[in-house]
Design a protein around this ligand. Sequence first.
Ligand code: NDP
Ligand code: ZN
Length: 189
Amino acid sequence: MDTTVTHPIDNAAQGSDIGRLLHAISFAADKHRHQRRKDKDLTPYINHPIALAALLNAVGGITDVVVLQAAILHDTIEDTDTSYEELVAQFGRQVADVVMEVTDDKTLEKARRKAQQVEHAPHASREAALVKLADKICNLRDVATSPPDRWTLERRQEYFDWSRQVVDGLPLVSPALLAAFHEALAQRP
Ligand code: NDP
Ligand code: ZN
């Protein structure tokens, strides 16, 4: 049962940016509650979206609550039962559209999905480019330090090379985050 989603009595909390951000964290934590990352410690999944938002703020200086909410929610449509309409109802169309922009089409096979990320990168909005960049930084850091269990060296290297192709295509939205990406890239195994 969703415990955090539509408690009408809580709606007053959404009158401020902090309230909106906390609502997104609460919603995403609920949606991802049974999921784990693929590392050997099976880290709770929600650590990853929170890491994106924290990085956007700490390194990118991002305080735009739409971007921070979208970072928190970025894997909800792709990896949980969350629909676009549900995000519109809970967070508004602007946030839902950014999440949609960074969501892969899961009806496509994986190689095609990865190729599409490279093709779509140059057309990303500023908001989606920020979230995508933070996602790639966090995932490269994870692959370098706590990779999915049983990934071969070659697979980890391929992941780095593909991430670089995606980020090379993104519009320049944050020199500081781009520098962090290149630092992460330098840890290629
Ligand atoms: P996956 O898409 O299966 O896994 C990577 C994704 O998992 C990340 O993008 C991240 O996505 C999420 N994730 C969860 N936990 C971690 C973690 N600890 N570290 C990093 N990422 C994590 O893998 P690939 O990107 O490699 O895509 C599969 C492709 O690889 C296919 O094209 C397939 O054909 C190919 N393949 C290659 C092999 C090889 O040896 N080279 C072997 C098998 C398949 P998110 O941010 O969304 O959570
Ligand atoms: Zn992600």
